[in-house]
Design a protein around this ligand. Structure first.
Ligand code: NAD
Length: 485
C-alpha cells in the first residue's frame, strides 16, 4: 500500500517517528494509502530547512522566482488528469468537479501570484521638499500554511503561492484527511527544481503537526484555513507571540432571493451553491431566504431539482454528488439532521443515506448522503445558526428588506452571501448592509484572484487574495530620507 511521505529540504522523507495513519477512500470506506503521523520533530526539521533556504530564496531575482513558480504551474497542468483523479479518490468529490475546479484553480493560483510578483509596486511619499518616505516590502521569513480537506490542492496552493512569490519559505500542513494531492504536488516541486527547503510539507494530525508549527518561534506568520474553533485555538497560541495571522474560517452563508429576481437562474444556481462538493465548500449558501410571494415556488422547484441529484461513484462522469469526506464528518452531518428534525423542520427531500442497492457495488460502504431541503425552521434555531458543512439547506420566507437583512446577519458568521434581484438600487443597498466578506449579486462563486477574500465576525481575520495576500507575507518598512536642498 502506498505510504505518503513528507517533503522536507527537497526530499521525500518518512516521518521521524515512523508512524502512519490510515487514509480512507470516502467512496468505498476502505483504506487505500497511509499518511505520515508526523510530530514536533518533523516540524522542527522542516522549519530548520525553510530557515536555511530563506536568505537565497528571498534574494533570488524576482524574475527567477516567477519562472520557478510558472514551471510548477505548468507541471500541474501537464498532470491535470492524474491530480484530478487523486483528488476525487482522496476526497470523495465528483471527478468532474476536481477537473473543473480544484486542479485548474490550483494551477491558476500559482500562475497568478508567480506573475503578479513581477508587477508589484511600492509606495513613495514626498513630504514637501523636506523628505522622501518609501516603503520596503520585505518577506517575513518562514511562513506556516495550514489548509483543510474540502478543496485540498487548491487551498494549499492558495496559501503557499503568495508566500513563495513574496520571498517567504514555507512549511505547509495539509489536512490529514486528504493528503494525496499535496504529496503528488511535492513530487512536482522536485521535478520543477524548486530549491531544497523553499517549500516543506509535513503531513499529520492538527494538534501534533499544526500545533507545533503555530507555536514554533521561527515561524512569524501563520496562514490558516479551516474551522472557527481551530482558528480560535491558533489565535490563542500565535497572538501572544505577536505573529502575523490570517484566519479563513467557517460560514453560514445567506442566499437571498427577492421576488423580482430571474427565478429560474436563482433557483438553478441555488442548487449548485447549496450542494456543490456535497455542500462542503465554505462559500456554500446554507440558508435560503425567499420573499414570501415566491416562497412556495422556490421550495417546490428547489426540491424538484435536488431530488434528481443521486449520490454516486465520484469517478463516474455523470455523478453530480459524491461521498462525504469521512465517516466522522458524515456522522456529524447526520447528527445535525437529527437536530433539525427535533427542532420541527419539514424535510422536502433527502437527509438520509441512500439505500446500498442505489449505489454501485464498490461504493456500498462509502459515506454517502442524499441532499436535504428543509423548511419550517426560524432563523434562531441551531440548524440555522451552526455551520453544518454538508448537503443541507433551509428555506425561510421574508416580507421586507429590513427583515431579511436582520435574519441574514443573525449568525456569528460572516463569510459570503448571495443576493438575487433585478433592482440595482436594492442590490447595492442590501449588499452594503450584509455582514460578510463577499457579496455576490445574481451569481455565486465567481472568483477574481485580485479581490480581498475572507470573512467578518467568526468567519475570520485578515484578507487573502491579490495584493492582500502578498502584503500579508511581507513586512512594510518605512524608510525616511531627509532631503538637503
Ligand atoms: P479543521 O479546522 O478541523 O482543520 C483545518 C486544518 O487545521 C487541518 O489541516 C487540521 O489538521 C489543522 N488543525 C487542526 N487542529 C489544529 C491545531 N490545534 N493547530 C493547528 N492546526 C490544526 O477544518 P476542516 O474540518 O479541515 O475544514 C472544514 C472547515 O474549514 C469548515 O469550517 C469550513 O467552513 C472551513 N473552510 C473555510 C474556508 C475559508 O476560506 N473561509 C475555506 C475552506 C474551508
Amino acid at each position: 500500500m502506498l505510504q505518503i511521505t513528507n517533503y522536507i529540504n527537497g526530499e521525500l522523507v518518512p516521518p521521524i517517528g515512523g508512524a502512519y495513519l490510515d487514509n480512507f477512500e470516502p467512496a468505498t470506506g476502505k483504506v487505500y494509502s497511509q499518511v505520515p503521523d508526523s510530530d514536533e520533530r518533523d516540524v522542527n526539521v522542516a522549519v530548520e530547512a525553510a530557515s536555511r533556504a530563506f536568505p537565497s530564496w528571498s534574494h533570488m531575482p524576482v524574475a527567477e522566482r516567477s519562472k520557478m513558480m510558472l514551471r510548477i504551474a505548468d507541471l500541474i497542468e501537464a498532470n491535470h488528469d492524474a491530480l484530478a483523479r487523486a483528488e476525487s479518490i482522496d476526497n470523495g468529490k465528483p471527478l468532474t468537479l476536481a477537473h473543473a475546479v480544484d486542479i485548474p484553480r490550483a494551477a491558476s493560483s500559482i500562475r497568478f501570484f508567480g506573475t503578479s510578483i513581477m508587477h508589484r509596486q511600492s509606495e513613495a511619499h514626498f513630504a514637501d521638499d523636506k523628505a522622501i518616505n518609501y516603503t520596503l516590502r520585505q518577506p517575513v521569513g518562514v511562513a506556516g500554511c495550514i489548509s483543510p480537506w474540502n478543496l485540498p490542492l487548491y487551498l494549499l496552493t492558495w496559501k503557499i503561492a503568495p508566500a513563495l512569490a513574496s520571498g517567504c519559505t514555507v512549511v505547509a500542513k495539509p489536512s490529514e484527511i486528504t493528503p494525496m494531492t499535496a504529496y503528488l504536488f511535492s513530487e512536482l516541486c522536485i521535478e520543477a527544481g524548486l530549491p531544497p527547503g523553499v517549500l516543506n510539507i509535513v503531513h499529520g494530525l492538527g494538534p501534533k503537526v499544526g500545533g507545533p508549527l503555530v507555536a514554533h518561534p521561527g515561524v512569524p506568520a501563520i496562514s490558516f484555513t479551516g474551522g472557527s474553533a481551530t482558528g480560535a485555538e491558533i489565535a490563542r497560541v500565535a497572538g501572544p507571540m505577536f505573529k502575523k495571522i490570517s484566519l479563513e474560517l467557517g460560514g453560514k452563508n445567506p442566499n437571498i432571493i427577492f421576488a423580482d429576481a430571474d427565478l429560474e437562474e436563482a433557483i438553478q444556481t441555488s442548487v449548485l451553491s447549496s450542494f456543490s462538493n456535497q455542500g462542503q465548500i465554505c462559500l456554500c449558501g446554507s440558508r435560503i431566504f425567499a420573499e414570501r410571494s415566491i416562497f412556495d415556488r422556490v421550495v417546490n422547484e428547489l426540491t424538484a431539482a435536488t431530488d434528481t441529484i443521486q449520490p454516486g461513484d465520484p469517478l463516474e462522469e455523470d455523478t453530480k454528488m459524491g461521498a462525504m469526506v469521512s465517516k466522522g464528518h458524515l456522522e456529524k452531518v447526520l447528527a445535525c439532521i437529527e437536530t433539525a428534525k427535533e427542532e420541527g423542520g419539514t424535510f422536502h427531500c433527502g437527509g438520509d443515506t441512500p439505500a446500498p442497492e442505489a449505489l454501485p457495488e464498490r461504493c456500498r460502504d462509502g459515506y454517502f448522503l442524499r441532499p436535504a431541503v428543509i423548511t419550517g425552521l426560524g432563523p434562531e434555531c441551531r440548524t440555522n445558526q451552526e455551520e453544518i458543512f454538508g448537503p443541507v439547506v433551509t428555506v425561510m420566507p421574508f416580507d421586507d428588506e429590513d427583515e431579511v437583512i436582520a435574519m441574514a446577519n443573525s449568525t456569528q458568521y460572516g463569510l459570503s452571501a448571495s443576493l438575487w434581484t433585478r433592482d440595482l438600487d436594492r442590490a447595492h443597498r442590501v449588499a452594503g448592509q450584509i455582514q460578510s466578506g463577499t457579496v455576490w449579486i445574481n451569481c455565486w462563486m465567481l472568483r477574481d484572484l485580485r479581490v480581498p477574500f475572507g470573512g467578518m465576525k467568526t468567519s475570520g481575520v485578515g484578507r487573502e487574495g491579490g495584493q492582500y495576500a502578498l502584503n500579508f507575507f511581507t513586512e512594510p518598512k518605512n524608510v525616511c530620507l531627509k532631503l538637503n536642498k
